[in-house]
Design a protein around this ligand. Sequence first.
Ligand SMILES: [Zn+2]
Length: 211
Amino acid sequence: MRSLHPRCLEFVGSKVQELIQQGISVYLTNGRSINNKYSGVFNPQAKTLKVAMGQPDEHSMYTFLHEYAHYIQFRDKPELWNYLHREGTDKYVRWLCREITLSKAEIESAFRNVVALEHDAEVMAVSMVSSHNLPLDINAMSRRANCNLIFYSWTRINRVWGDGYCGVNDDDLELYLPDIIPTLDYFTDMKNTKAVMKKAGVKFGKHTRYY
Ligand SMILES: [Zn+2]
């Protein structure tokens, strides 16, 4: 938190206040991740928004914007949020955790929905940088967002979330990603995402069952 630019601190402060007024408990930790799995999480059922603020560089700020964007989806686009959450995130995560079995077509659909929800949040998060005039590198933020989005393909290929690490550091993977956020199709085209990750040095075994 201490390394944040004063304008970012002010932004975080005002949004935390807004969230608390809406009944959302906000947890900002000094760690680099939450439970060694996520850098942040927004959970409307538990009414919590958690962000690991101990991440290097501008990553914490990016994560805060991302989780706040999920809150805005939940608040302002309830139909999109409810549908994509139910038919995307929930199903996809349960499938990843091997709690349910899905057909190839169902995996394809759950994957598309979860990535669509995340893509919408990323576009919103990056646009907040300009709309709130935050002193952050918008191209670096977009690459970070793209890295987040392409990670979903890795989880689908391996059917595991793991600790959020695909075997190549985010900074290295980002070198192979665009510095604007491409359309959703870029991330749902498994041939494309796998090729990009391979170029960046991500190793894949013979996992071809899920797409
Ligand atoms: Zn997200």
